[in-house]
Design a binder for this molecule. Sequence first.
Ligand SMILES: [Zn+2]
Ligand SMILES: [Zn+2]
Length: 363
Amino acid sequence: MRAAVMTAPGRLEVQEVDLLPLAPWRIRVRTGATPFCVTDVMNSDGVFGKEPPTILGHASMGVVEELGPEVAGVRVGDRVVVHGTAECDRCFYCVRGRTDQCSLIFDRPDGPPQVARLADGSIATAAGNVGGYAELMSVDARQVVAVDTTLSDVELGLMGCGVTTGLGSVFNVAAVVPGSDVAVVGCGQLGLWMIQAARLAGAGQIIALDPDAGRRERAAKAGATATLDPDAADPVEQVRALTGGYGVTYALEAAGPALAQRQAVLMTHRGGTVVLTGCEPLGAELSLPQVPAALHGRAILSSQNGRVRMHHDIPRYVRMLEDGRLDASLVVSAEFTLDEITEAKEAARAHRTVIGVVVPNRR
Ligand SMILES: [Zn+2]
Ligand SMILES: [Zn+2]
């Protein structure tokens, strides 16, 4: 099969590779669609410590072609979402109900699973246990959800990372109370899903912040009641001016830089809730003034993949897309073949796409 292999930090090469025989709990999936999000740009630059050779693409969808002998709950021919986070149901975290922290994703002493042999004999791993920039994936059956839906491959491909992180941040982590004011910091794909979710949650004002005018326009279509340019004036002051001087009840950060996270914290009123999703390269730190952080009653929360439980949340989110309550067309802005993988990456890096989707089996 063909795969886009990260052969060195910053380098993606499309190669003919052989998928390794399946381990007993793994399945082979023919890839339908894999988004190219900013996380993949950073992974491909090597700033999150991914070791080459590896196949990137950390959430995907496709059709099951083969099952390992110990797989249960999935059949050949099923259309599956390959979620960004496995749920093993057995590890320290899963048994405590924190499947978003499953050891299969965060505690792998031997690194990510080995999935394919390259022409030179070296073995490639699958980043995020997925490896979606390839015609075929070998994935752990505990990381997929079978869905019966009329959604397109491209729409369904967004489910495992963008949709779940965006919606889960609003519904599961922030748990937005109807009528309350929300700020969304950053209007890339995550921010656009957060805005749509905040609208569905019945938020009062939905204040969207992004320096890019095109993204602010998409934010308004998604349901933002006000859009602000954080470079035009102090974003914290701009948000306070719209909220009677207090700030918002919920600030959802979907931007990445530590400065944006600090601003998200400070644009909530005392007792407000902040949800953080972004990351700069490994080792970056977030600094906060102590009095607002420690004395003013804020809840500062982390959202890894929206804290979803995939078998419960993904089918619900699929239905919300099917019946039109959520609109993927606001988010998807380009499609790429495997041979166009570098264009997909550079478009994501330069913000020419909100989310580009790679369709590996399309020539
Ligand atoms: Zn687990
Ligand atoms: Zn992602």
